[in-house]
Design a protein around this ligand. Sequence first.
Ligand code: 13P
Length: 256
Amino acid sequence: MRKKIVAGNWKMNLTFQEADDLLGDLMDRLEEIDELDTEIIICPPFTYLEMATDCCEEYQMFEVGAQNLSAFDQGAYTGEISAAMLESMGVTYCIIGHSERRKYFEEDDKILKAKVDQALENGIIPIFCVGELLPERESEKHFEVVRRQVRHGLFHLDTNEFSKIIIAYEPVWAIGTGMNATPEQAGEMHAYIRKLIDERYGSEVAQATMILYGGSCNSKNVKDIFAQPGVDGGLIGGASLKADEFVSICIQASNI
Ligand code: 13P
């Protein structure tokens, strides 16, 4: 079984001091563990990225991801953060296509495709999020929706580029609701995404692609979700803000 990935998406939470305390608490707890076979990625807000990359360099226990990047290369785009800027400060991953960005910032397939390209051109690994809304699942359109998101956001890439991508399946109805997808629902969608990749890039690439599950993961439910075939780890929101919860998730991911 390959190493699972546990990524923490802090979203727009925590003050500077709280972020510092959380990182300190996480490092204390992680240092106590003898062997941990989990790849950990922490995705704080932009303002705390330097704090996180410093910590990453000092402890070598996790990698750092951003939560967003600009679809533009560089120049007169006030308020934007480019992929090159992130790369230059030691950030290695970036969440792209999160449902909150699709919803509140109207990021559509075209913008997301441009962001994926910016990331790859600058050596940043995209964690590309897909997932259906509740009415879409209720009307059994969830496969169709996810197929569109995967195809429009990623399938323009050549095999070499696509091989770098991590996908996160995050059903929107499960995000922050306490209503996680059942392990079977997650497993079924992960298998479907892998089938799409197989059809486009072949079975070797499909088998090698890491597909994470996200949506109300916590220390109580991850064991069953992560044990599903084809679930390669998780993208954790709320539970990544609590050191004990997040570390417990990392330990359970290591033991599967
Ligand atoms: P929650 O774990 O809080 O449901 O959030 C999931 C998520 O959106 C991670 O990107």
